[in-house]
Each structure stands twice: as C-alpha cells, then as structure tokens.
Write a protein that binds this ligand. Structure first.
Ligand SMILES: Cc1ncc(COP(=O)(O)O)c(C=O)c1O
Length: 361
C-alpha cells in the first residue's frame, strides 16, 4: 500500500467544481489584488467569531505584522516556546527583539504556562504561545499572567485554525491570533497565505496599514510596512474550501480518536478537557523512534519528525546562549516524537494498515 502523508489531490478532486469556479471568477474579473479577499475576511470573521480578520501573505508575515502592530522594539523580549517551527522565533528576531524560550508541558507539547512568570523581566512585551499540532495552549492562565504584568498575548495559530478552547475558536482567545494557510496546514490554500485575527479596532487598522507598505491612503505613508497582502486567487481557493472545513475537522478528529484507541506501541497524544484539536499533526512518542520510523518507511507509511532540533539549540539562535539541558522536556520530546499521516481523505483501510504496521510490524 502506498499512503500519502496528506492527500491534497483527493481534496482538490472532491471540491474541484467550487474551487475552479471561484478561481475562474477572479480571472474573469481581473481583480487579482484585493477583490475576493474582502469576502474571505467576512467568512473568516464568522468562522472564528472575531471582529477583524485580516488576510495576509503567510503565517510568518502574520507574526511579523502582529509584532510590528503592537510596537515591538529592538531588545524587547518575547516569551515563547522552542518546540515550534522556526518562523515563530524568527519573526521576533527579524524585528531585532529577543526570543525568550520557556520549556513545554510534556502532555500537550505546548508552552508550560506555569514557567512563564519566572522569565518575565522589565523588557518583556509579548507572550507568544504556539497552538502546536492543532491544540491551543493554556490561554486562561497565559491571559491572566499577561494581564497581571501588562503584556500582550499573540497566539501563533499557524497549525490550529478552527481548533477550540472552551468553545472559543483559535485566533479569538487573546489580543491577536495568527494563522497560516500554507498548503499542508489544516486549512490550506494553493500557495502561501495567512491571516490575523483581533477584536481590537486600533490594532486591526494598524495591521491593514502595515501590510500595505504603511499606506493610509493612496501614496500616503505613515509607517514602514511590508507587502504582506494575500492575493485574490488564494482567497478564492480558501473561500471554496472553508465551506467544507468543519466537516474536515470532524473527520480528522475521528481518525485521531481511532489512532489513540488502537495504537499500542507508541505513546499517543493527549487533548485536554474543553479543548478540540484540528490535528495539524498526529504526533506520537517512542523511545524507539528510529526503529519504528524505519519500519513504517519499509512498509510505505510516511512519517515525519516535527521538530528534531528545538529552536534554542539551532545555530541561528546560538547568540542567545542556550545550551543542551536548558529546556529538558523540549529536548527529550524532540528525540522521541514523530508524526503519522492524517487528513480528512485518509481512508479507513489506510488507517487500519498504518495501525497494523505500527502495532505488529
Ligand atoms: C507554528 C508555525 N508558525 C508559523 C508558521 C509559518 O507559516 P507560513 O509557512 O505560512 O509562513 C508555521 C508554518 O509553517 C508554523 O507551523
């Protein structure tokens, strides 16, 4: 059996009529910039339940723009996790601020909120939790800490669009939420894309200026910004796919539940009470990872490691002075974790085969 890690082609074939129609409308209108982006933003508002959704060029730019919008300055500190994709800390460092890494919770792989307060200094400006693999961090506690110390909270929800936390949706849980529509993300477009969510009118207005070259009116510029716009063809793809997304989340959740029930040789992921993951990744732990991954490879089951080297040990962040042993849980989990195929299009017999390969070889 040959299994895809994510089957984007099956997804396209299923929604082809809607996606093609949406794209054709962009081509017929010649509105390649703007145009359907407004419609997408309206749909995102109602999906996320927030006041402002601002579509942008990628999940990375969503983070950079959010940090710019809250006025992050060089040497400010941003508390985050080292167990994430590089973009999280890269956005902070790109603006010449300092990422401050906190260890993770061994159950959820997300930032350990009980360890945040000890890292707060008079330079701390933002707490930036990542909703890793589709599960939101302990936002109640993070928001409480932020309130106490007058900090801003930005959720990196690149992997968690549609996830929920006590019935609130990722992106609508703190000052600003970001997401990514990279093709392999739970909701992906057909190139790069992202979005920023907020209920704050001033931040929203600032974000709109920043993502369009700091422009407040045609050729009138108040800020140094970037070209961070989403293009209309990507918006068209997302408009079509968004209608099917809740159903996809339900299907992903069903597959994850089956894996969790039936997998025997690995430690399966935990979703805390009141939370719903969108399963950007279904990640398991094993102290015999290499052997299990090799077995999967030999039997045609693709697997991947997110993330083999935590950010505090990456060469690019050596100037921050972290060393092996500083974040013990992050380091241990990065040596044991690997992810299995998951998507709404993973068939029942494929799921059975993956479970069989892992359980019995
Ligand atoms: C946690 C996290 N943050 C940020 C990003 C960046 O998103 P993008 O690839 O759309 O720039 C990603 C995606 O790759 C991610 O997984």
């Amino acid at each position: 059996m040959k299994i895809d890690f994510i089957n984007l082609q099956a997804q396209y074939q299923k929604y082809k009529i809607d996606i093609d129609k949406q794209i054709q409308e962009v081509l017929d209108s010649s509105a390649y910039i703007g145009g359907k982006v407004t419609k997408l933003e309206e749909k995102l508002n109602s999906f996320v339940g927030c006041k402002h959704s601002i579509a942008c060029s990628s999940g990375t730019d969503a983070l950079i723009l959010s940090l710019m919008a809250v006025g992050l300055q060089p040497d400010d500190e941003v508390i985050t996790t080292a167990f994430t994709f590089i973009a999280t800390a890269e956005a902070i460092a790109f603006l010449k601020a300092k990422p401050v890494f906190v260890d993770i919770d061994g159950k959820t792989f997300n930032i350990d909120s009980s360890k945040i307060e000890e890292k707060i200094t008079n330079k701390t400006k933002v707490i930036l939790p990542v909703s890793l693999f589709g599960q939101i961090s302990n936002m109640d506690e993070i928001n409480n800490i932020a309130k106490k110390h007058q900090l801003i909270v930005i959720e990196d929800g690149a992997q968690s669009f549609g996830a929920s936390y006590n019935n609130k949706i990722s992106g609508n849980l703190c000052d600003i939420g970001t997401t990514s529509f990279f093709p392999a993300k739970p909701l992906g477009c057909y190139g790069d894309g992202g979005a920023i969510f907020t209920n704050d009118d001033k931040i929203a207005q600032k974000l709109r200026v920043l993502l369009n070259h700091g422009q407040t009116a045609k050729y009138i510029h108040s800020d140094i910004g970037i070209n961070g716009r989403l293009d209309a063809i990507q918006a068209a793809v997302l408009i079509a796919k968004l209608d099917y997304y809740q159903d996809e989340i339900d299907k992903r959740d069903k597959i994850a539940s089956r894996y969790t029930k039936e997998l025997k040789t690995v430690k399966t992921p935990i979703v805390l009470n009141g939370l719903r993951s969108v399963w950007a990744q279904y990640s398991v732990l094993s102290d015999d990872r290499d052997k299990l991954m090799k077995r999967c490879q030999n039997k045609g089951v693709p697997t991947a490691v997110y993330y083999p080297i935590p950010l505090h040990l990456q060469k690019v962040f050596s100037y921050l002075g972290y060393k092996d042993g500083d974040l013990p849980k992050t380091e241990k989990i990065s040596k044991e974790i690997f992810s299995l195929p998951i998507s709404a299009f993973l068939k029942d017999d494929e799921q059975s085969y993956i479970i069989e390969v892992l359980n019995n070889g």
